[in-house]
Design a protein around this ligand. Structure first.
Ligand SMILES: CC(C)=CCC/C(C)=C/CC/C(C)=C/CC/C(C)=C/COP(=O)(O)OP(=O)(O)O
Length: 424
């Protein structure tokens, strides 16, 4: 039976934990006693950097074993070597690669001086039409975000539109009207088309806009491929064993959007934060949004036979798939939901630290969408956790009220020396 326990202010050994919160294989208590797990150990919490170790101000640990046997387990090098790679570690390697790729260009003037259009007579207006069409799609499906993009420079704005449209079309493959006809082969074809457009051979006008964007900004193909992988995962899976599996799915379908956006949005020239930390914040925002989306849509997904909630955590709360299908709000469900909401909020908190590091003109739309999406969690609470038959939504009034708040937050300049995001 999985068990969970929590404590305050534990120091983790940096050598054994991934950059993000997530699964770890061993850790050290404040008194230096250390244990390694036969099973994996999950840590959720809020971290700040402190010397070579990470200080966790709150964390919750779950493991199939009992707490006392864990604490007395001896440490051996072999156990550490055999430790499985967690999803967070896998995703972190993508983050590191992306951060290294853009690190130089984002900080140099090169980002601001976007490569000029290659003018082939007659094609420039076609390209501009293609971008305009992307803008229309963005305005239609993501109004607030679209309004925010209008504050960005024209090059950045249209690049964000092109990325948005590609993501939307990818999502539509498995979620749109033709979803029932989509096969893994269709996704393979979509991926070949992606490779073509990255090599400057777009298939249609929306692809042409993205092809131009990836030629001008240091955007890598990996997050795009990973998003397609997420769609494959959605086709083959209807359940997630634990949060590690769910985390990977959330990275594929939403964290990737964060990674695609940072090279276009740009990091503030006066930011002291590491590129990696800004990428991690962007990733966290994607994860937070997706977790929120999942929590909002529990009933709707269940009616399609899908349960995205971690099975082990459901079992730990004494719940089964049948309880989800029955859709009754019980105390067990409320307890379960409170923990899920808390975790989603932690990802939002992590994301918030990075928004300030973005270029000034990119901050407002990101703050606006972050605040709006985060409020969905408040609405789930206000609905007394009935996400089976009531859809949590943020009212127009609340949405409008968030916009000036987002604007005020976007005026905050990047953090200086005392920020935990800053490289020591
Ligand atoms: C924080 C920093 C440093 C940068 C920002 C980086 C960005 C833009 C991250 C955003 C990631 C993002 C928007 C992910 C998509 C997540 C998501 C669940 C979208 C939901 O899309 P729809 O399904 O259309 O939503 P609705 O169902 O609510 O309409």
């Amino acid at each position: 039976m999985p068990m969970t326990f929590s404590w305050v202010a534990t120091t983790l050994n940096t050598e054994t934990i991934p950059t993000n919160l997530g699964f770890v294989d061993s850790f050290r208590f404040k008194d230096s006693s250390r244990f390694v797990l036969g099973e994996r150990l999950r840590v959720f919490g809020h971290r700040t950097k402190k010397g070579r170790s990470q200080k966790v101000s709150w964390c919750s640990i779950s493991s199939p074993s009992s707490a006392s046997s864990l604490i007395t387990s001896p440490v051996t090098g072999e156990e550490e070597a055999a430790a499985p790679v967690s999803s967070e570690q896998r995703v972190n390697s993508v983050v590191l690669k992306q951060a290294a790729l853009v690190s130089e260009r984002l900080r140099s003037k090169a980002t601001l001086e976007v490569k000029p259009d290659i003018v082939i007579p007659g094609t420039l207006s076609l390209l501009s039409d293609a971008y305009d069409r992307c803008g229309e799609v963005c305005a239609e499906y993501a109004k607030t975000f679209y309004l925010g993009t209008l504050l960005m420079t024209p090059e950045r704005r249209r690049a964000i539109w092109a990325i948005y449209v590609w993501c939307r079309r990818t999502d539509e493959l498995v979620d749109g009207p033709n979803a029932s006809h989509i096969t893994p082969t269709a996704l393979d074809r979509w991926e070949s088309r992606l490779e073509e457009l990255f090599q400057g051979r777009p298939f249609d006008m929306y692809d042409a806009a993205l092809s131009d964007t990836v030629a001008k900004f240091p955007v890598d193909i990996q997050p795009f491929k990973d998003m397609i992988e997420g769609m494959r995962m959605d086709l083959r899976k209807s359940q997630y064993k634990n949060f590690d599996e769910l985390y990977l799915y959330c990275y594929y379908v939403a964290g990737t959007v964060g990674l695609m956006s940072v090279p276009v949005m740009g990091i503030a020239p006066d930011s002291q934060a590491t590129t990696e930390s800004v990428y991690n914040a962007a990733l966290a925002l994607g994860i937070a949004n997706q977790l929120t989306n999942i929590l909002r849509d529990v009933g709707e997904d269940a009616r399609r036979g899908r349960i995205y909630l971690p099975q082990d955590e459901l079992a730990h709360a004494g719940l089964s798939d049948d309880d989800i299908f029955a859709g009754k709000v019980t105390d067990k469900w409320r307890f379960f939901m409170k923990n899920q909401i808390r975790r989603a909020r932690m990802f939002f908190d992590q994301a918030e630290k990075g928004v300030t590091e973005l270029n000034a003109a990119s901050r407002w739309p990101v703050w606006a969408s972050l605040l709006l999406y985060r409020q969905i969690l408040d609405e789930i609470e206000a609905n007394d956790y009935n996400n089976f038959t009531r859809r949590a939504y943020v009212s127009k009034v609340k949405k409008l009220a968030s916009l000036p708040i987002a604007y005020t937050k976007s005026l905050i300049a990047p953090a200086r020396a005392s920020s935990p995001l800053i490289k020591a």
